[in-house]
Design a protein. Structure first.
Length: 209
């Protein structure tokens, strides 16, 4: 079985196992997703969702965040860790979006990467969830599981994993696949243990072949 064949078989199994492939970060507007994914660095999505509930209640618009007092903003996002840096990035990014893009989130990788605090993981998430483009969100779950399943060579480098997945995943399935990696990584193929006996991909995973 080639990697492309395995990827398609795995996608079919995961689609049946997790029919609802959605982002685990809570947001209503694209700019809120941009902020939430910045806060998620070295923090759980569950905690981010608690913090952003208060954050967006206090600062309900891009303009209010762009003009926020940096100390007050830092205090709100501090529970996500790295509070001062994240607060500076968020406020600066909102200012750039308002000045340069009239409040619209860019729809290209290069433009997104030019925003403060935005890396490839964040950019891919925006491109996939907001604009429906092919997206390869190589977070810890995706990196771990695709390596175990034999879709990648086991590299821990997010960019290398992204490049390898681009070669084997159907582009139109890529974004949902990455969301399902998160669900599967939390429920079955955890960091502590690959619970192969409960895995819907047990017989086609490279760990078992």
């Amino acid at each position: 079985m080639t990697k492309k064949q395995r990827s398609r078989a795995i996608i079919e199994r995961l689609e049946a196992e997790y029919p609802d492939a959605i982002c685990s970060l809570d947001y209503r507007e694209p700019w809120q997703l941009l902020i939430a994914v910045r806060l998620s660095a070295q923090c759980t999505d569950a905690r981010v969702n608690i913090v952003t509930k208060d954050l967006f209640a206090t600062y309900p618009t891009m303009e209010s965040i762009a003009n926020a007092d940096i100390d007050e903003l830092t205090d709100i996002v501090r529970p996500c860790g790295l509070g001062p840096g994240k607060a500076r990035d968020i406020r600066a990014a909102m200012g750039i979006l308002l000045e340069k893009y009239a409040g619209r989130i860019p729809d290209t990788m290069d433009e997104l990467l030019a925003l403060p605090g935005v890396g490839r993981k964040s950019a891919n998430l925006i491109l996939g969830d907001v604009y429906g483009q092919p997206a390869y969100v190589t977070d810890t779950h995706c990196i771990r599981i695709t390596g175990r399943m034999g879709l990648t060579d086991g590299s821990k480098d997010p960019k290398k994993v992204e490049d390898q997945l681009r070669k084997v995943l159907p582009p139109d399935k890529s974004n949902d696949f990455c969301h399902r990696m998160v669900l599967h990584g939390r429920a079955v193929c955890t960091a502590r243990k690959a619970n192969c006996e409960n895995c819907c991909c047990n017989d086609i995973c490279s760990r078992k072949i």
